[in-house]
Unconditional design. Structure first.
Length: 89
């Protein structure tokens, strides 16, 4: 059975149902954190995702999204996940 190609991020945004959330995340091992620091890296990720979301808002009348971000330490305390969640409101 052939794997189906994943839809593009923009297509995922366009088809996101009201009240549902998709997310983008990046993982960094605690012993190999980004040079710019975690906060700056998360801000950059959020800005990049925010720009894509803004285009979808502009293209679709009445479509609105909430963009939220955060970070968490994995259960094994080995890495940090930076997460940007996009919810259609």
């Amino acid at each position: 059975m052939a794997d189906e190609p994943l839809p593009s991020f923009n297509q995922q945004l366009r088809t996101l149902k009201k009240g549902k959330t998709i997310s983008v995340s990046e993982r960094y091992a605690l012993d190999n954190l980004p040079e710019d620091g975690i906060n700056a890296t998360l801000s950059k990720l959020r800005r990049n995702i925010g720009a894509l979301v803004s285009r979808q808002r502009d293209e679709g009348a009445g479509i609105n999204f909430r963009v939220e971000s955060g970070m968490l330490v994995t259960n094994d305390n080995d890495a940090i996940l930076l997460v940007v969640g996009i919810t259609r409101v």
